[in-house]
Design a protein around this ligand. Sequence first.
Ligand SMILES: O=C[C@H](O)COP(=O)(O)O
Length: 250
Amino acid sequence: MARKYVIGGNWKCNGTQSSVASLIEMLNGVTVDTESVEVIVSPPALFVATAQAQLKPEIRVCSQNVSLTGPGAFTGEIAAEQLKDLGLQWTLVGHSERRSLYGETDLVVAQKTKRALDQGLDVIVCIGETLDERKADQTLNVLTRQLKAVADLLTEDLWARIVVAYEPVWAIGTGVVATPEQAQDAHKNLRAWVAATISPEVAANLRIIYGGSVSAKNCNELIALHDVDGFLVGGASLKPEFVDIIQSAQ
Ligand SMILES: O=C[C@H](O)COP(=O)(O)O
């Protein structure tokens, strides 16, 4: 069975009441062919409930982060149980900004992923190498180290509820997109690693999406790559060109 595309929009810490209302209006005007693509947007936590209430059901809302803990005395956290209570299906885990700016280790990312899955959320796990790591020819080592931490905590059945977002750190928000060759190589190598480490069936069905300076200009070339199953889009997901990026997958 063909893998269904995933087009994710990560709004990061952007938006006001008024800009979010405009974005929701724009998204509600897009025809989404749910047979071929899942469209998922991640508003800042402040706007998750609004997006969940106002977006049409063909567009799913995703948390940008999830707590390692359950509900309780954990100031500033949002528990998987609370996201589920709101009706969310998805959360991001391990975005490079969470790793580099907020100290999330491979183990924390793995534990968050496991806990979110256990509470019934599906998870987009983000991984990616820095420019120094790429220059040192460490790309695959870094990606597999990050993914292995997750794999170590999961049983094989849980992989059906995971999407892997390959986001080279050097491509995030820089305007420097991975070349089609760089993207395809990383995705293909990751899929081969999953086939060897977990199972060929998990590898064949796993959606591996690309993130890092995706735009209306480069999305068609990237989506055509055999092992690229969609995108996680930052800056361009706040603009009308996100509609073109969705269209590239349907
Ligand atoms: O989560 C999205 C990524 O960080 C990509 O961001 P970007 O499209 O602004 O480069």
